[in-house]
Design a protein around this ligand. Structure first.
Ligand SMILES: [Zn+2]
Length: 393
């Protein structure tokens, strides 16, 4: 289904612009008219991370007139494996500012608007309303649902992408012409089931594969050419080198864009909706949580503890807390590893950030280890507080 162009053309291109965009101008489908529409377009990138890096660079190079960047994070060394808009000298600076500098280098004709803040329910509508199109490169479900809800409520189209290890997905959600993200995924996955990129890893170049699809779709929407990915989900498998397109229909029962919507405004709390940890885990950690400082004190005082690291073997290879043994969460949840836990020692669980260890703690307590505890903030907190010489990830 072809759609009309999203953006009206600008009055004219300057001589500089005509020179710069000549390889676009000689494509009949883009031409002067398409390039003028790109010049007039206002696009917001949500996140200047893995997906935001290639999308911002290519949108800038393509001549999108106004590019908004919203990101509250700062550049970390572990970002550089995939977030190619940032460099070594940017480590420690806000991502939005670092991205703006790179864009100015690629194309100084782009008007860059920096939103150095976290997107939240109080600012999302006001920020989105300044743009024609949103490109969503967020890495967490809470923000993803909020982006979708705000876009639907404002009637804005947005290009969505997601990446994990070797797998990527992309689509265009535009309530007026097709399904929304909630039609495809009515509910977030159960807490603790889907690790983030920080916990599960992502092949760096996957960002370029999915980010380039997002830019491609953005250009098509702005200029009104081709068949946009509205109502279709692109699924990419980098290991099999396979792209599949799956039809996605508007769900008449969608809570947001269905016939009898139950969600008529932004939710009060998206974190709550997506749940960082399950109810069982929340109950298990209550009164059974220690800090890394307490763990260190226990170790130093010679307390008889059994410290289990419930992360995955690959993470264990990167860093570990002295004295810990590796028992991945899955083996605890399946019951397979329960016999490894001693009855006569204080059991302490930790993971990367404290989410998986909370889930494992719930399973251990249910299996009778009532005194077990877990470590708040996991090994990330250990590295930050106790031993900064350990590598982080
Ligand atoms: Zn929907």
């Amino acid at each position: 289904m072809a759609l009309p162009p999203l953006v009206e053309p600008a009055a004219e291109l300057s001589v500089d612009e005509i020179r710069r965009y000549s390889r676009h101008l000689i494509i009949p489908d883009v031409g002067m008219d398409g390039q003028k529409r790109l010049k007039n377009a206002k696009v917001l990138a949500v996140g200047a991370g893995g997906l935001g890096s290639p999308t911002l660079l290519y949108l800038a190079a393509a001549g999108v007139g106004t590019l908004g960047i919203i990101d509250f994070d700062t550049v970390d060394e572990s970002n550089l494996q995939r977030q190619i808009i940032h460099g070594v000298s940017d480590v420690g600076t806000p991502k939005a500012e670092s991205a703006a500098r790179s864009i100015a280098e690629v194309n100084p004709l782009v008007n860059v608007v920096i939103h150095n803040t976290a997107l939240d329910r109080d600012n999302v509508k006001e920020i989105f309303s300044q743009y024609d199109l949103i490109v969503d490169g967020t890495d967490n479900f809470a923000t993803r649902y909020m982006v979708n809800d705000a876009a639907v409520l404002l009637g804005k189209p947005y290009v969505w992408g997601s990446i994990y290890r070797f797998d990527g997905q992309a689509s265009v959600f535009w309530e007026e012409h097709g399904p929304c993200y909630r039609c495809l995924y009515p509910e977030p996955p159960p807490p603790g089931m889907v690790p983030s990129c920080a916990e599960g890893g992502v092949l760096g170049v996957l960002c370029a594969s999915i980010g380039s699809i997002q830019v491609n779709e953005a250009i098509k929407l702005i200029t009104g050419i081709g068949e946009p990915l509205v109502g279709r989900l692109m699924v990419y498998d980098a290991l099999e080198m396979e792209y599949r397109k799956i039809k996605v229909r508007k769900d008449p029962n969608c809570a947001l864009c269905g016939e009898n919507p139950t969600v008529t405004d932004l939710l009060e709390d998206y974190e709550d909706f997506c749940g960082a940890v399950s109810d069982e885990a929340q109950e298990a950690v209550h009164g059974s949580t220690i800090t890394v400082r307490e763990l260190k004190d226990w170790q130093d005082s010679g307390k008889d503890i059994f410290l289990a690291d419930v992360r995955e073997p690959a993470e264990w290879e990167i860093n570990r807390i002295p004295g810990a043994v590796l028992i991945p969460k899955g083996e605890i949840l399946s019951g397979e590893a329960l016999s490894k836990f001693p009855q006569d020692k204080q059991i302490v669980l930790h993971c990367k950030s404290g989410v998986r260890s909370a889930e494992a703690l719930a399973a251990l307590k249910a299996a009778g280890f009532k005194d077990a505890v877990h470590v708040q903030g996991g090994i990330v907190s250990w590295v930050n507080t106790i031993d900064p010489s350990l590598p982080s990830y």
